[in-house]
Design a protein. Structure first.
Lengths: 216, 216
DNA sequence: ACAAAAGTGTTGCATATACACCCATGG
DNA sequence: CCATGGGTGTATATGCAACACTTTTGT
């Protein structure tokens, strides 16, 4: 590769995260509102450009913190978007990630140098997004649905101790369909990824449910 | 993103293909031998750097042709490698792909501007590879094994008309384990992705086997 | 005792596995 | 008629889907 060939110049790498949560049984995605051009005043997924001395994972962590004050979030890569026209100022490829987090435990900033607002949006109330983030978000939802049963991608969605009815509602909300309670419980328990803590939740008006935790 | 920030400069995008075949029941990968620095005289996977006016898929097609004369090969992305030190001259991220092809039908060049040799290698006789291609190749093999049963990733491995014993041997060779002939056949046929052509192979010394083709 | 939600077990069906014999061909 | 490999079916086990009643708690 001829390092001075202009065809290799002026291209960058973007890390883009579709960060999801389930709040009150509602499936939501985290968006930020841009302060600057291009796409000033528009909502986007969290993310930003990768420096030449960091991995893309590290770039995403840094950008999450810079753009929204987010820390300690796990994520998983699922696709790459490389249409040369997908970003206006300069050719940018996007490396797309999915993350799932408990919205009650995560701290974020409504405003930073680069963002004027940030919030959780109901999946079916997502505004028009900048860049090709609409498409990326749709693919992220598909990816999450695919992985929800055979991976622990939801492990950060709840506090360390959570109940099965909570988890059950989260699955139904993400998959957007009903799941039989008994079969859900049976299937999950025999996967051997969660364990009974022996404790119970402390909520009144009904039978208290057992608290479980992820083994990992 | 400040387009003039030096931290965004001097980084490129590499497309890297692990191209596989099964020949005489042996699982093989296609490698090329570099003519130039860095890693002069070493073997690598096929691939090359992406121009700023093409998608990464297009870059891979172009590079396959330039470096090995390869044309019309299908492939699927499976991972991204972004350690800043993975390439010596300049920071290059690698977008990694897997492809599977019939080695008898594919034409390739032993020598081009950039390559001094090219060949199929038995998986357990792969030489030391340049860059981090050893790791990429291992991940590619894992990915192929995962996809072999629920996708048509092998559809280009054989001529349009192929026999089930052929396909059976290919699966055994790639997965490196024995598979019951009857169950293999039953399972594959009920997936409904191949159809009986009504024709038979013309080889002697045994009962001729039926020819099938992929539906897609 | 009632409302609200948690917890549990059984049966049928579909899918996957294990396994053995007969068939067509060329020599 | 024999050697080679191709083709088929059945019985069992395992995993998944459907489904209804009992338990605990607070009021």
């Amino acid at each position: 590769m001829d390092i001075n060939n202009p065809l290799y110049k002026n291209q960058g790498i973007h890390a883009v995260l579709s960060l999801f949560t389930v709040e009150d049984g509602k499936f939501k995605v985290f968006l930020i509102k841009r302060k600057n051009q291009p796409y000033k005043d528009m909502w986007t997924l969290v993310g930003g450009a990768c420096y030449n001395n960091e991995t893309i994972d590290d770039a995403l962590k840094r950008e999450m913190f810079e753009k929204a004050g987010l820390k300690n979030i796990n994520f998983k890569m699922f696709n790459v978007y490389s249409n040369p026209q997908r970003s206006p100022l300069c050719r940018m490829i996007a490396i797309a990630y999915v993350g799932v987090i408990d919205s009650n435990r995560v701290k974020y900033l409504k405003e930073t140098n680069k963002t004027q607002d940030a919030d959780w949006f109901l999946i079916d109330r997502v505004p028009l997004l900048a860049y090709d983030h609409q498409e990326i978000l749709q693919d992220a939802i598909e990816f999450l649905k695919e992985k929800i049963f055979d991976t622990t991608i939801l492990k950060d969605l709840f506090p360390p101790n959570f109940t099965l009815p909570q988890l059950h509602k989260a699955y139904e909300s993400i998959l957007n369909k009903q799941i039989d309670r008994r079969n859900f419980r049976k299937g999950l328990l025999q996967k051997n990824i969660i364990v009974d803590t022996g404790k119970f939740e402390e909520i009144s008006g009904k039978k208290p449910s057992k608290l479980y935790r992820f083994k990992i």
